[in-house]
Design a protein around this ligand. Structure first.
Ligand SMILES: Nc1ncnc2c1ncn2[C@@H]1O[C@H](COP(=O)(O)OP(=O)(O)OP(=O)(O)O)[C@@H](O)[C@H]1O
Length: 663
């Protein structure tokens, strides 16, 4: 599997500075300049004693004088340095500590993560200033104590945002791919998670600056912040308050300064949030569904010796024992293209992800046998072998690649990390694969970010990436669903080319019966986490399906070359937790018998050579019994013979193909 990247790079995003951002940055730059020069220019004036205390505003002292007769304007300007230094210090502690804490919680296992998140929630529910006041009161009051206290009190906000954003990014396809590549958690965090959550964290930094400013000024105002002879704006505000009813001038200077700095922080935060919007780019062309069919032809079934992938009695379950995939057995021969169809939630993706050992937490898989080649997936298989022997193409090309890394690095990483291939050779092979995948300007693409490619080009690049190590098994999970139909046809053609060229077996998951029946050799039909029928693509094309569910699916598929209206399947599949004891399809099946509610039907070879899990298939049709579906239903159901549960061996699949050919 070939995806993740080598060198983190700054995201190439279209920065659209808003007037607010420009204003905020300008004010902040002016304040920073002031912080730099004010102590040199007005330092002496600000410290000079001997003046008249509590002087009102005058041309000599714009904001009057303080209780010691010092010029308040000069002191306000000089206090800029201390105030900003404290704010930046507290913000840095909050950001570094909070992001570190959030990252540590995310990297830790699910149990620690849950406890950590609860603790953060509790910490956040206490106001930061209150927390800081307690810390400042317990330790001796002073500038450093206040900075540490406010920094620590703001940490939980960063920690919570980090864990939430990390969890969000961790669910993305490119992170799954990196996990498949065996990237350790810390590296995953540094390379794939942090760069992708940097923008919202940056916005939080500016918010934290404003929060720190208010909190630190508040602590100094209350007398538990900066202590004499040091002073910040909060301390100046407290000094001015002593005679505010007679002489309000001294509070104006520090008040204006606090408002200005707070406003600058807020404007920068809002401006950054608005300006840093990613450019997904790429419009979609229009097309015609018929071209999908026209562009594609069926392939001959592979007749190789040993299965390249086997799942025997695969169960994927939730921690409470609910079975999301319930006893699926399948096998894929080398070079074979096996399709998996079924309604949404039928367990297609979880079955496929089990074969890549990429189940999301907290799901677990159990199987009598689960392997790809000789790689036993029930244990702890070599990550390196997993990465090179299994390729994955995801549904959404926009989330398949890490958006902040250039394609070149992402394409070459597996070869370099797991194949021991040098940088130059890895790039050469990546460019070659891009060419094979008909990616335009492959050399230039290597230097581009994913968002600079159209959806179709990205999916081609994804296929090139997945094929770089010449995997034994390529899992394509709805690879065309997010694409326009004309691009769909080209992408499917690419998969076929890769299959023909390298003999890679493909597990193709799709909602679209037309797609699987034109591309695949064999098709598995899933319903409610179970395999209900297994038939050849030829049988599917001929609408020679046996299971009432498959026939209903066929009838519900709109045909471009027929006038018949597609028939919808009444009802909905059961939730995995409410799956009925007998046949899961029974509540929706027009051919249902009492036995269907009581006994789970086993997969049995039918008279046509397919395998169907149905009590009714093979039984003589009852007089007057309603057809399962109006359209696409065969004239009669065929005889069946029981077969033991377990994966269909390649020989069995080949026998079915031979049988079909003979017919
Ligand atoms: N991480 C998860 N936690 C809990 N339940 C899950 C999780 N992932 C999937 N499921 C549930 O498992 C069942 C099978 O999901 P799966 O994604 O395999 O279905 P699917 O056939 O691939 O559906 P779709 O075509 O919509 O992708 C569904 O009921 C789904 O809600």
């Amino acid at each position: 599997m070939t995806v993740a990247a080598v060198k983190p790079a700054a995201p190439r995003r279209r920065l659209r500075p808003t007037p607010g951002l420009i204003a905020g940055l300008t004010v902040m730059a002016a304040l920073l300049l002031l912080a730099l020069v004010a102590p040199w220019i007005w330092g002496d004036e600000a410290e000079a004693l001997g003046g008249t205390p509590y002087l009102p505003s005058s041309s000599e002292h714009w904001f009057g004088t303080d209780p010691q007769g010092r010029d308040v304007l000069a002191r306000t300007l000089v206090a800029t340095r201390t105030t900003l230094l404290m704010c930046f210090g507290a913000t840095a502690i909050a950001a570094v500590g909070g992001i570190g804490l959030g990252a540590a919680i995310w990297v830790a296992g699910p149990r620690v993560r849950e406890i950590g998140q609860r603790l953060i929630d509790v910490m956040i529910s206490y106001p930061a200033v209150l927390l800081a006041m307690i810390v400042a009161a317990v330790l001796s009051p002073g500038a450093v104590t206040s900075v540490v206290a406010i920094g620590l009190a703001t940490c939980p906000a960063f920690a919570r945002l980090t864990t939430n954003l990390a969890a969000n990014i961790a669910a993305r396809d490119f992170v799954s791919t990196a996990r498949l590549l065996g990237v350790p958690p810390l590296r995953l965090l540094r390379r794939h998670i942090v760069p992708n959550i940097a923008e919202p964290l940056l916005v939080l930094v500016s918010v934290a600056f404003t929060v720190s400013l208010k909190a630190l000024s508040g602590l100094s105002f209350l007398g538990i912040g900066v202590q004499i002879p040091s002073y910040d704006w909060g301390k100046l505000l407290a000094d001015g308050l002593q005679d505010i009813y007679n002489n309000p001038a001294p509070v104006i200077g520090p008040s204006v300064a606090i408002v200005l700095a707070g406003l600058a922080g807020g404007l920068i935060g809002d401006g950054l949030a608005a300006a840093l919007s990613p450019n997904e780019g790429g419009g979609r062309a229009r097309g015609d569904r018929a071209k999908v069919k026209a562009a594609l032809g069926a392939l001959d079934a592979s007749a190789a010796a040993g299965a390249v992938a086997v799942a025997d009695d695969l169960v994927v379950s939730l921690p409470d024992g609910t079975r999301l995939v319930d006893g699926v057995s399948l096998s894929i021969a080398p070079g074979e293209i096996v399709g998996v169809v079924g309604e949404s939630g039928s367990g297609k993706s979880l079955t496929a992800m089990s074969l890549a050992k990429l189940l999301p937490e907290p799901l677990r898989s159990d199987a009598a046998q689960l392997r790809v080649g000789d790689l036993d997936l029930t244990g702890n298989p070599s990550r390196s072998r997993l990465a090179t022997e299994i390729g994955i193409v995801y549904q959404d090309p926009s989330s398949s690649f890490n958006p902040v890394l250039k394609l070149g690095g992402q394409l070459t990483e597996t070869l370099r990390v797991h194949g021991g291939v040098g940088r130059g050779e890895a790039r050469r092979r990546a460019v070659e694969q891009l060419k094979l995948a008909h990616v335009t300007h492959p050399e230039a693409r290597m230097k581009q970010y994913p968002h600079e490619l159209s959806g179709g080009q990205r999916q081609r690049a994804m296929i090139a990436s997945a094929m770089l190590t010449k995997p034994k098994l390529l899992i394509a999970d709805e690879p065309t669903t997010a694409l326009d139909v004309t691009v769909q046809a080209e992408v499917l053609k690419l998969l076929l080319e890769a299959n023909e060229r390298d003999g890679t077996a493909i597990l193709l998951i799709s909602h679209d019966i037309a797609v699987v029946s034109s591309v695949c050799d064999r098709v598995l039909v899933m319903y409610s986490g179970r395999l209900v029928e297994e038939l050849t693509a030829g049988q599917l094309r001929a609408k020679d399906a046996q299971h009432p569910y498959t026939r209903a699916l066929l009838a519900a598929t709109p045909a471009v070359d027929e006038d018949t209206e597609p028939a919808s399947i009444p009802g909905r599949p059961p939730q995995p937790a409410d799956r009925p004891a007998g046949c899961a399809f029974a509540p929706r099946c027009a051919l249902v018998r009492p036995v269907c509610h009581e006994e789970r039907p086993l997969l049995r070879i039918t008279g046509t050579g397919s395998r169907a899990a149905c009590h009714v298939v093979g039984e003589p049709a009852e007089a007057g019994a309603p057809a399962a579906v109006e359209a696409g239903a065969p004239a009669a159901v065929h005889e069946t013979s029981d077969v033991p549960a377990g994966p269909v061996l390649p020989e069995q699949g080949a026998a079915q193909d031979a049988e079909e050919t003979a017919r």
